[in-house]
Design a protein around this ligand. Structure first.
Ligand SMILES: Cc1ncc(COP(=O)(O)O)c(C=O)c1O
Length: 438
């Protein structure tokens, strides 16, 4: 006789994992009262998707690779859950700047987020913790919380190009710490760490025997004068699990192609962690075979000139936004060194009518129809983040509107100073005009 359930009523409940999985950006943004000014077109400087405005497009070689992949029988079937061998060979070759990489060290994933989820859940259990940057991208928290994996923040230093506060980092490590997440180049900061700083981080990881998860999705997004060093390339003993993918550099976030590269020179992780990653890859049987089949051609045929052009565009945008916003009263933009974002400090004391930066951002939308992400999305109040991939005219217009907004809302003393400066500037312009005429 079959057993009868005690309850005869429908009672379908959400799982703990589902209930505890949250996305702070979505939560904060959904709670904002963002009604744009109907007289001005909305300019969203908030979306980290470089395809949003249609001004940045991948080269035809990339599209052609996928077109050809459609014709292949292979691209319709299941791939091995870690990915097609040829695709992993291509990623290993592409990732050679990270240190020696064999195809066995590569696992293909559905975007970089999936790579991050895979590495976190391969080494962390409920109750253990990972260290993550503040300010930082919220995905690490989103991916961990539901599993009961704790996230502990270490601070970045805004006045030192967002370097890691090393004392703070080390003080956060405890017996339950299983990984340090490093995001370089950084979202939201746009910082790029030099080799010396990476050595300092590795020293702490080595001393405390904590592996590193390197989120390097913005690898190579580095402005002139800076150099990108993958942390794995200089690690002697610390195992590094690098997460990256096509998403940003190839301008195809929707294709959802990412990967994990395992760097473990001293065989610290052993077979166990490789097996763990392999087991976890079976949960979704690997990412899209269509893109996997195209991957070798994508990685080999994309011309360097494409990367150079995109980077030059973003760097020019960074300079433009920095120059424009430096003169906005009450703001302090922090010049980025790479990635595609800029953080801007809002000197809240000069805007006492706003309780916090969320209110500042709300009013900015209501009056000027410019939307920036409040710092709270990155656990960093009193700041806002802008995205640099929007078209030049829109970025310029947005920065000018932000400046007008600041001039209108900054407190009395500061405003008097601005008005005096404006008069002085006007007088100077008139004098210049007269001189020119004479
Ligand atoms: C720092 C960082 N890591 C990971 C991701 C996720 O990348 P993907 O879209 O490939 O999952 C993003 C996306 O914005 C990001 O900014």
């Amino acid at each position: 006789m079959s057993r009868i359930r005690s309850s005869q009523e429908w009672e379908v409940r959400a799982s703990t994992l589902a209930r505890k999985t949250t996305n702070p950006i979505r939560q904060i943004v959904e709670h904002l009262q963002v009604e744009p000014n109907p007289e001005k077109e909305l300019i969203a400087l908030s979306i980290g998707d470089p395809t949003t405005f249609g001004n940045l497009n991948p080269p035809d070689q990339l599209l052609q690779a996928v077109r050809e992949s459609i014709e292949l029988h292979k691209s319709r079937g299941y791939a091995p859950s870690k990915g097609h061998y040829e695709a992993r060979v291509a990623v290993a070759k592409y990732s050679a700047h990270q240190g020696e990489v064999s195809p066995e060290d590569v696992i293909l994933t559905s975007g970089c987020s999936h790579a991050i989820e895979m590495v976190i859940t391969a080494i962390a259990d409920c109750g253990q913790n990972i260290l993550i940057p503040r300010p930082g991208f919220s995905i690490y928290q989103t991916l961990s919380e539901g599993f009961g994996i704790k996230t502990k923040y270490y601070n970045l230093l805004p006045n030192e190009h967002w370097k890691i506060d090393l004392d703070d980092l080390e003080s956060q490590i405890d017996d339950d710490t299983v990984a340090i997440v490093i995001n370089n180049p950084s979202n939201p900061c746009g910082s790029v760490y030099d080799k010396e700083h990476l050595y300092e981080i590795l020293e702490i990881a080595s001393r405390n025997k904590v592996p590193i998860i390197a989120d390097e999705i913005y690898e190579h997004f580095v402005f002139a004068g800076r150099q990108f060093t993958p942390i794995s390339s200089i690690s002697k003993d610390v195992p590094v699990l690098t997460c990256s993918g096509l998403t940003k550099r190839f301008l195809v976030p929707g294709w959802r192609m990412g990967w994990v590269v395992i760097h473990d020179r001293n065989d610290v992780l052993g077979k166990e962690i490789r097996l763990a990653l392999s087991n976890l890859s079976m949960r979704i049987l690997g990412p899209s075979a269509l893109i996997q089949t195209a991957l070798p051609a994508i990685l080999e045929c994309t011309p360097q000139s494409f990367f150079d052009e995109v980077l030059l565009f973003i760097e020019t945008q960074a300079k433009l936004a920095y120059k424009e916003l430096r003169v906005a009263p009450g703001l302090r933009p922090i010049e980025p060194q790479g990635a595609m974002y800029m953080m801007i400090e809002i000197k809240m004391a000069l805007f006492p009518e706003f309780k916090d930066e969320c209110q500042f951002v709300e009013s900015l939308v209501a009056e000027q129809s410019v939307f920036c992400l409040p710092g709270q999305c990155f656990e960093y109040p009193n700041y806002m983040r802008i995205v640099l991939t929007v078209p030049e005219d829109k970025l310029r217009e947005a920065c000018q509107r932000i400046t007008i907004f600041c001039k209108e809302h900054v407190i009395g003393e500061k405003r008097k100073e601005i008005e005096t400066n404006d008069i002085v500037n006007n007088v100077e312009v008139i004098c210049d005009d007269i001189t020119n005429v004479l």
